[in-house]
Design a protein around this ligand. Structure first.
Ligand SMILES: NC(=O)C1=CN([C@@H]2O[C@H](COP(=O)(O)OP(=O)(O)OC[C@H]3O[C@@H](n4cnc5c(N)ncnc54)[C@H](O)[C@@H]3O)[C@@H](O)[C@H]2O)C=CC1
Ligand SMILES: O=P(O)(O)OC[C@H]1O[C@](O)(CO)[C@@H](O)[C@@H]1O
Length: 383
């Protein structure tokens, strides 16, 4: 069994690549970072160091690496005999992966087993997004033939993998916790054998609970923590003012999760407590800058703040905590982060309502619009 994994970064090496390796797959990493690919190519193994209670080290061996920017022919050769393709590149990068996959599907033998494709990104239904990008490169006549050569399954991935210390080489430091939930239905009776993953009938509850608890809580900690002058996530959460603001946000999203899905209030409360403990892990060298990265993406319509806030507002529920988190995100002013720079430029040049429509995708007249406009106006005035 062979898996081609796009994105040999933190999640690629520290989570998806590791679980595929442990599942017995021959793993081929594809990345556009030449230095990283060369390092993988020149190495025989790397170690995934867990930190926290019950931590163990795991060694990944026997992989290959291909530079997908400069060696498309070799990548295609690998894809031709792959059983599985995964990605961990970031949702905005999926459109750059699509051209490789459309070509691979064109060249895939009609009698080969369908290629399983799973985008492992922090976004609702990222595989659907990748599917649509691939289909857009085909024609309505051709696409049914290509689509029959693949199985697309959405997935939710959860493991905190911070930025790695300089000099750590290919080794990756990760938390002990992980969860990889994958839609079962697209595979029929034969889901891929990945012991570390679990296959679920309906992914929506898992991905919404994950994105609107883990990612909402983490990003809120980052933005409130940044404003309070903290560098590390664990220090930010040790600040009672930050912890209280984050709790307020998570109480709101938890209300939505419990209302919409089959999780009880007690289950959601336990899940929330667990994730806050994960964020507090003092052995995890995680920073507010990493967790807050790409604020424009994180302020998107179906993302961790505006997504749940819009649904709650539509239900007539209060969203003061989420709006406060949006306000903090708007003040994430970090010259090293291109999206933060763009965000500050937009704040300085757009009227608040125009900013809201453009950045958050919330339209005029939506019940969340007034709250967002106020948050933007306050952030602009504070500039
Ligand atoms: N780090 C974390 O704790 C978690 C991250 N995620 C998600 O996983 C994805 C990846 O995140 P990280 O691993 O943290 O980022 P990362 O920056 O460490 O890794 C991304 C990798 O993708 C590569 N890449 C960029 N463009 C590419 C292209 N066109 N083709 C092939 N490779 C390309 C980069 O060179 C880099 O090695 C994101 O969607 C993130 O939201 C999900 C759960 C946890
Ligand atoms: O690129 P994003 O969406 O910030 O992804 C990283 C996030 O995902 C998480 O790993 C949670 O699974 C957090 O560590 C981190 O905030």
């Amino acid at each position: 069994m062979k898996a081609v994994h796009f994105g040999a970064g933190n999640i690629g090496r520290g989570f998806v690549g590791l679980l595929l390796h442990d599942a017995g797959y021959e793993v081929v990493f594809a990345d556009v970072n030449a230095e990283l690919i060369d390092a993988l190519d020149d190495s025989d193994e790397y170690t995934v160091h867990e930190v926290g209670a019950g931590a163990v080290d795991r060694v990944v061996r026997g992989y290959r690496a291909v530079n997908s920017a400069t060696d498309a022919p070799w990548l295609l050769t690998e894809l031709a005999t792959a059983d599985l393709v995964t990605t961990a590149v970031g949702p905005t990068i999926l459109r750059f992966i699509a051209p490789h996959l459309v070509t691979a599907l064109r060249e895939r033998a009609a009698d080969a087993s369908p290629l399983a494709i799973m985008a492992c990104e922090n976004a609702i239904n990222a595989t659907d997004l990748l599917h649509d990008e691939i289909a857009s490169l085909s024609s309505p006549d051709e696409w049914p033939t290509l689509a029959a050569r693949a199985v697309f399954a959405n997935a939710a991935v959860d493991r905190i993998v911070p930025a790695q210390a300089a000099g750590s080489g290919l080794d990756v430091t990760v938390e002990t916790f992980f969860e990889w939930a994958i839609e079962r239905a697209p595979f029929g009776d034969e889901p891929p054998a990945i012991p570390g993953a679990h296959f679920v009938a309906d992914l929506a509850p898992y991905i919404e609970r994950k994105l609107f608890t883990v990612n909402t809580g983490h990003a809120a900690t980052a933005y409130f923590g940044f404003l309070a002058g903290h560098e590390r996530i664990s220090d930010a959460l040790a600040d009672p003012a930050v912890a209280t603001a984050v709790e307020r946000v998570l109480e709101e999203t938890s209300r939505l999760i419990v209302d919409k899905h089959d999780f009880t209030a007690a289950e959601q409360s336990a899940y929330r407590a667990t994730i806050l403990e994960r964020f507090r892990n003092p052995e995890l060298p995680d920073t507010v800058e990493r967790v807050g990265r790409q604020p424009l993406r994180k302020l998107g319509r179906h993302e961790r703040f505006v997504g749940p806030a819009a649904e709650l507002a539509e239900r007539g529920e209060a969203v003061d905590g989420l709006l406060e988190a949006v306000g903090a995100a708007l003040r994430f002013d970090l010259p090293a982060d291109p999206e933060s720079v763009e965000l500050q430029e937009l704040l300085a040049t757009r009227e608040p309502a125009a900013f809201v429509h453009e950045v958050t995708g919330i339209a005029a007249g939506h019940p969340l619009e007034p709250g967002l406009v106020t948050a933007v106006a306050e952030a602009s005035a504070a500039e």
